[in-house]
Design a binder for this molecule. Structure first.
Ligand code: GLN
Length: 486
């Protein structure tokens, strides 16, 4: 099959499979061939499951031949971030510590994909244990930005965003704790949705910070992201924090149009701190939304400026506790020694990279006796204040608009030795995460150097339909998302 499938969206590919125009096996085979030709250069994929993917594609073809009704992602190749468990398929989290680990089960979202007749073709590169904003903390080397191979793709779901931007798969799954689907989507010129905490089950997602983690779709259009969200969202008994509430019809919401919606602009976010080219592109997007019938109002998030401090206390504290399970006994790597304590210490010393070690130390410190009140507890209180800021803002508007990231993709190596500048890449994605909201990133322009810029819209909990309603109309009106890297 030729290259014509590369830029087709997931819904078009599915229709071709359902209509019998192409078999799932041929379709998936053509993507696998492309992945084999181009995957290496981009570093976006850690594992390609050719045999498993072709077997699943043949099952889909068999179901079609038997006259069964096919699922909403029939035959669609999907890449899945490598911190989501895939049965019998290596799941490394971009870390040496999980070397050799093959989960005995699929994550809930992977089960959902398969039930929707999607085909998981590959596991994508990520910052080690999803800690990072550039993919450079991956133990297997960074993924690269398809728009410019000397730039980072963002992180931590950089491999997923790069794969989708380069046409290696039409859609992918990532995870987002503080921005990890939105920021890489912004850097790679694609679309991502961070669902409300509790909208998607975390069962089988390797835990980073359990009060923040969510799985989210990355795609080349809002409509594709919405159709994947519809597949993965919903209650799962195995994750007590997954919400027992109906899942909206996101595809229908995409067609509703945003007329009459009120968009709250955080003026502070458009001031100093963001790159002028980002400010200009986001400013133009405000006018585009106005032209689509939205009302634009100013809103204020006075405590959002503390989000980076709060996040790096809360997330690291939770991570230091969650990662205790990676002890050389249960999963992956083990460096043997004369007693258990030494074995665990040596395993963790060899298995974790420097960023993960830094966070475990910071998190453990913040939780330790005498410091708990001063750091962790205080951070939780400020987190509540950030949430209250949004509650007040949403009395005046339906959506809160900011850039996704203050800059376009930075150069590989530029920030690796400066953790603080790395953390600042998340200033705009962290506040909605801490507040438990949902948010979307859509392309909204390009820098003079040809790098994508992202726009973030945030909505109250469980209002994902609002996000896709506004963002789909915005994409129809602007078409930034239709550009592809050379
Ligand atoms: N970049 C942020 C961090 O380093 C967010 C990561 C994420 O969302 N997984 O923690």
């Amino acid at each position: 099959m030729s290259d014509e499938t590369r830029w087709q969206d997931a819904r078009a590919l599915r229709d071709r499979v359902v209509g019998g125009e192409v078999s799932a096996e041929d379709l998936v085979g053509s993507f696998l061939d492309r992945i084999e030709r181009e995957g290496e250069r981009l570093g976006a994929l850690l594992h390609v499951d050719r045999d498993g993917a072709l077997a699943q594609a043949r099952r889909v073809d068999g179901r079609r031949a038997a006259g069964e009704v096919l699922g909403p992602l029939a035959g669609v190749p999907v890449a899945v971030k490598d911190n989501l468990c895939t049965r019998g398929v290596p799941t490394t989290c971009g870390s040496r510590i999980l070397e050799g680990y093959r989960p005995p089960y699929d994550a809930h979202v992977v089960e959902r994909l398969r039930e929707a007749d999607a085909v998981v073709v590959a596991k994508t590169n990520l910052d080690e244990l999803a800690m990072g904003s550039s993919n450079e903390s991956s133990a297997f080397g960074p993924a690269k930005n398809p728009w410019s191979l000397d730039r980072v793709p963002g992180g931590s779901s950089g491999g997923s965003a790069a794969a989708v931007a380069a046409g290696l798969t039409p859609v992918a799954l990532g995870s987002d704790t503080g921005g990890s689907v939105r920021q890489p989507a912004s850097f790679c010129g694609v679309t991502a949705i961070k669902p409300t905490y509790g909208r998607v089950s975390r069962w089988g997602l390797v835990a980073f910070a359990s009060s923040l983690d969510q799985v989210g779709p990355i795609a080349r259009s809002v409509r594709d992201a919405a159709s994947v969200l519809g597949v993965i969202a919903g209650r799962d008994e195995r994750d007590a924090t997954s919400a027992d509430r109906p899942v909206d019809d996101y595809a229908a919401a995409c067609e509703r149009g945003p007329a009459g919606m009120r968009v709250g602009v955080v003026r502070e976010a458009l001031g100093a701190g963001a790159d002028p080219e980002v400010i200009a592109a986001v400013g133009a997007s405000i006018e585009a939304l106005r032209a689509l019938g939205c009302e634009v109002v100013d809103v204020d998030l006075p405590h959002a400026k503390h989000a980076v401090s709060v996040y790096y206390l809360v997330a690291n504290a939770e991570a230091s506790s969650n990662l205790a399970r990676l002890d050389g006994v249960r999963y992956g790597l083990r460096v043997d020694a004369e007693d258990v304590e030494t074995m665990t210490a040596r395993t963790r010393a060899r298995g974790f990279g420097p960023e993960v070690k830094r966070r475990i130390m910071l998190g453990t410190y913040a939780l330790s006796a005498g410091y708990y009140d001063a750091f962790y507890l205080k951070a939780q209180k400020v987190r509540t204040l950030i949430r209250s800021d949004y509650d007040r803002a949403f009395e005046r508007c339906d959506l809160v608009l900011t850039p996704t990231s203050p800059t376009a993709a930075f150069a590989l190596g530029e920030r690796v030795d400066d953790p603080l500048s790395m953390y600042l890449a998340d200033v705009f994605t962290l506040p909605p995460s801490l507040a438990g909201l949902c948010a979307i990133s859509t392309p909204c322009g390009f820098t003079r150097a040809g790098l994508p810029i992202g726009l973030q819209l945030a909505a109250p909990p469980f209002e994902e339909a609002r996000l896709v309603r506004a963002a789909a109309a915005y994409q129809d009106a602007t078409a930034w998302h239709e550009r592809h890297p050379a």
